[in-house]
Design a binder for this molecule. Structure first.
Ligand code: NI
Length: 255
């Protein structure tokens, strides 16, 4: 059993065969899927999908590349959406200094406000970080985010940054990119305790080897799990079991 803790099932990449993709995941030992909002519209779509499938759950939030026009009213809408019974996290939220679609100050302000929102609603955080390690760390450690915990999704950064994150109560997750030949994530996966790891595909992106070139989907999660098992010298079923328990506990999943 595996849990895909991060994918974007609402994306138009799945418009032709969304139902089949979800059924294929269920048949491929995926016990639960968390589909992630990136703005108000996609957050609403995530909830709609979660309403239709027992094993699909939703996260709602404003992504840092989507926060340029975000107002307090928009955040109130996110907070209202977060009260839905199938919403299990606030995300994805964070900072993205690679795409830099809004100023650092704006991104930081929206991130901090969504941390406060998560704490008020007692929901864990799904955190996006791209080229913003120092500011992410600063905000995590100077806000009340530790009250709710969460995950550094699609972990990127060096060993020093990983060591700092592992000392917080956040989980870390790696995507299919750890299966790539050129991946330099192997020592990071090796260093991350299995009790602090989650699995994710980030589909439709980051398709794992040997399926590269295809659209990614939750059913492909096993390839990432196998790679983690190989790096950590564990049985793939153990990787599945422990990370499933981690996800169930963090997101309080009823499956
Ligand atoms: Ni994502």
């Amino acid at each position: 059993m595996y849990i895909d803790t991060h994918c974007h099932l609402d994306f138009k990449n799945y418009d032709e065969d969304r139902e089949i993709v979800i059924q294929r995941a269920i048949k491929s030992d995926i016990q639960a899927i968390i589909t992630i909002g990136t703005n108000i519209e996609t957050s609403k779509m995530a909830i709609k999908l979660a309403e239709n499938y027992a094993s699909v759950f939703a996260a709602v939030g404003i992504h840092p590349t989507d926060c340029l026009q975000t107002t307090d009213e928009h955040l109130e809408t996110i907070e209202e959406l977060s009260k839905h019974e199938k919403v299990v996290a606030i995300g994805e939220v964070g900072l993205d200094y690679y795409h830099m679609k809004a100023t650092k100050e704006k991104q930081q302000s929206i991130f901090r406000k969504q941390i406060d929102l998560a704490v008020r609603q007692n929901l864990p955080l799904i955190i996006h970080n791209r080229d913003s390690h120092d500011d992410i760390y600063d905000i995590i450690t100077t806000s009340s985010s530790s009250k709710v915990g969460g995950v550094m999704h699609s972990f990127s950064g060096d060993m020093d940054f990983l060591e700092k994150i592992l000392l917080t109560n956040l989980h870390v997750s790696f995507t299919g990119n750890i299966t790539f030949k050129k991946s330099n994530n192997t020592p990071l996966v090796e260093r991350s305790p299995i009790q602090q790891l989650l699995l994710e595909t980030d589909s439709p992106f980051l398709t794992p080897t040997p399926l590269r070139g295809k659209r990614n989907e939750p059913a492909f999660l096993v390839h990432t799990a196998k790679k983690i098992a190989e790096i950590k010298n564990l049985d793939v079923n153990e990787v599945g079991y422990v990370t499933t328990e981690n996800a169930k506990k963090l997101f309080r999943l009823n499956v």
